[in-house]
Design a protein around this ligand. Structure first.
Ligand SMILES: *Cc1c(COP(=O)(O)O)cnc(C)c1O
Length: 367
């Protein structure tokens, strides 16, 4: 082979594929391990989604509906927007990719924060765009520095609110002051993957800005509160003109049939949704108390996950937790070598986590 590969592609680092749970268990000689590392919903999928998908299996020989007609209609109704203001994707990750594909040409700039969701930067680099990265300030988006970094080549600004991994939010006043100073040529992308977990008094709603001079696109997902990360469904809420451009660059059948059916059923499972919210609230509160007792600093959060400063090498602690069958995320790669990120689990999982953490801390502190 004599491939001609551009530098931006050569320099991309593939997303580290975590080993399948079964493989880890085999390697470490453990069973019943629990994963509290990826901000998934530990309640499992909504039973209604499982039932709907089971019924849809007989139609797998057909291509899916390329417009997500029923899902769009139902969601538009619920959100009070028009169906043509919604674009669905293979996870909200795909909407990120579509936005970059439609609006970023080689040499154009995109601003995002560090640490923040890693996918923004990957997509930009893949399109030969330029990443302008602004460090978080006090673990929050530094909106003033982001404004100062805008120039003629700026096309998009990605803001995950709440931020992953810190769990912090900005408020309505901060956002509106920011937005009023962003040029109309720039699209502000508000990634609301965790919006469901935010206290309603702090929720900032992208729908309030659809008619704004400066374009705002909201990203939401069925992967977290709705419990179907494995199906891959997310969507963007945006002005219909922007949506039209995204439809031009997307694949015709980007959201598969089971994903559409599962998302629609999840959307209508209010019981599951409310259970998720209360489990998350209670779990965060309990874990914060218990982990603080172990002498670690637990950071406040507006999501289903939180950071913990363990004061020790996080990677090593991660490995030791793993041998006890509890999987958390070490934050070394995010620039926090002493932090781990924990996703709330079921009460029994939370208890196991605290026990494993206590044992691990004792082992490391005495070692
Ligand atoms: C989990 C997450 C998403 C969701 O991505 P999907 O592709 O919808 O699964 C998006 N943004 C952030 C910040 C996340 O943490």
């Amino acid at each position: 082979m004599k491939l001609s590969v551009s530098d931006n592609i050569k320099k991309l680092i593939p997303y580290p594929p975590g080993k399948p749970l079964k493989e880890l268990e085999r390697e470490y000689g453990i069973s019943d391990s629990i994963k509290m590392a990826s901000n998934e919903n530990s309640l499992g999928p909504s039973p209604k989604a499982v039932q709907a998908i089971t019924q849809a299996l007989a139609n797998l020989h057909r291509y899916p509906d390329g417009s997500c007609y029923y899902l769009a209609a139902s969601l538009a109704d619920r959100l009070g927007v028009k169906a043509d203001e919604l674009v669905f994707g293979n996870g909200s990750n795909e909407i990120i990719e579509l936005l970059v594909g439609a609006f970023v040409s080689p040499g154009d700039e995109v601003i995002s924060s560090q640490p923040s969701f890693l996918v923004y930067q990957t997509m930009v680099q893949a399109q030969n765009g330029i990443n302008r990265v602004v460090p978080l300030k006090d673990m929050r988006h530094d909106l003033d520095t982001i404004l100062a970094d805008i120039n003629d080549r700026t096309r998009l600004i990605f803001l995950d609110n709440p931020n992953n991994p810190t769990g912090t939010v900005f408020n309505r006043k901060e956002f509106e002051s920011f937005l009023s100073r962003v040029p109309e040529t720039v699209i502000v992308v508000l990634d609301e993957a965790y919006v469901d977990f935010v206290d309603p008094s702090l929720q900032l709603d992208v729908r309030d800005y659809l008619g704004n001079n400066t374009a705002v696109v909201g990203l939401r997902t069925f992967s977290k509160a709705y419990g179907i990360a494995g199906l891959r469904v997310g969507y963007g809420i945006m002005n219909a003109e922007i949506a039209d451009y995204l439809h031009r660059v997307r694949q015709p059948f980007n959201v598969n049939e089971l994903a559409q059916v599962g998302a629609l059923a999840s959307l209508n499972d209010e019981d599951f949704y409310q259970k998720t919210l209360s489990m998350t609230r209670d779990g965060i509160s309990w874990l914060t108390t218990e982990i603080s007792k172990l002498g670690c600093k637990v950071f406040p959060t507006h999501t289903n996950f939180f950071l913990v400063d363990v004061g020790l090498d996080a990677k090593l602690l991660y490995n030791k937790m793993l041998t006890r069958g509890v999987i958390v995320r070490a934050m070394n790669a995010y620039g926090y070598p002493f932090f781990i990120r924990i996703t709330v689990g079921l009460p029994t999982e939370n208890e196991r986590l605290v026990k494993a953490l206590a044992e691990t801390l004792e082992e490391m502190r005495n070692g």
